[in-house]
Write a protein that binds this ligand. Structure first.
Ligand SMILES: [Zn+2]
Length: 222
């Protein structure tokens, strides 16, 4: 029997991957009507354990094994998938367009597509630095340096950007391939950058607006 399931792979992050049950598997339904199926990802070949409720009209034989055909019915419900896919989120207050690109970068990192991941990190940083600066004609690395000069990000961030050669020009001209380690560094930088640029200022603003009503001593009129 074969069970097909479309879900996000918790291992490689492929969205909408069609998992196939391992061919030798023969489902047994437990007392609560749930059946556990081992399925394999078509992209990374890693396995998940899905707990499903077969169609209500399924047939069980004496040992509780389910009849194949009904397991493929439309009313089958997915109860749980192990391991649970990690939800990717951009740092809080990141502009939605920048955040969407960052999430795509992380998805590609999980799928071990290092070059695509780095390209998307650069795109996220490009959009983010443009959102922070009015005059944004320079190279990305210079833009980051400028943000550091204006104290919108720390000097350490600008140094880090230089060290990991965040600027995209090298990759375009040298046609260089990125390693997992390099991609990891660039994703980490991007996340920290977004946190510094958007999350931290918003936190500070929220804190100040909470404190402001109490900033002036209460005036008492006699
Ligand atoms: Zn996978």
């Amino acid at each position: 029997m074969t069970v097909l399931f479309k879900t996000t792979c918790p291992h490689c992050g492929s969205v909408g991957a069609v998992f196939t049950s391992t061919s030798f598997m023969h489902g047994k339904i437990n007392d609560s009507g749930v059946m556990h199926v081992v399925l394999v990802c078509p992209i990374c070949s890693d396995a998940i354990l899905a707990s499903i409720t077969p169609d209500g009209s399924f047939y069980q034989n004496f040992s509780g094994r389910a009849h194949d055909a009904q397991l493929l019915g439309p009313h089958r419900q997915l109860k749980r998938v192990l391991p649970t896919p990690n939800v990717i989120a951009a740092p809080a207050n990141t502009p939605s367009r920048v955040g969407a690109v960052y999430i795509e970068a992380v998805e590609n990192f999980r799928a071990k597509r290092w070059d695509t991941c780095v390209g998307l990190c650069r795109k996220a940083l490009d959009l983010a630095t443009r959102a922070l600066q009015e005059d944004a004609l320079w190279k990305l690395e210079k833009r980051i340096r400028d943000l550091s000069d204006k104290r919108l990000i720390t000097p350490e961030m600008a140094e880090w950007a230089e060290e990991i050669r965040i600027d995209g020009n090298d990759a375009v001209h040298d046609d260089r391939e990125f390693t997992e380690h390099e991609a990891e560094q660039i994703v980490a930088f991007t996340e920290t950058f977004l946190f510094n640029a958007f999350t931290l200022p918003a936190m500070l603003k929220a804190r100040r607006s909470r404190e402001e009503p109490n900033a002036d001593p209460p005036s008492t009129s006699a």
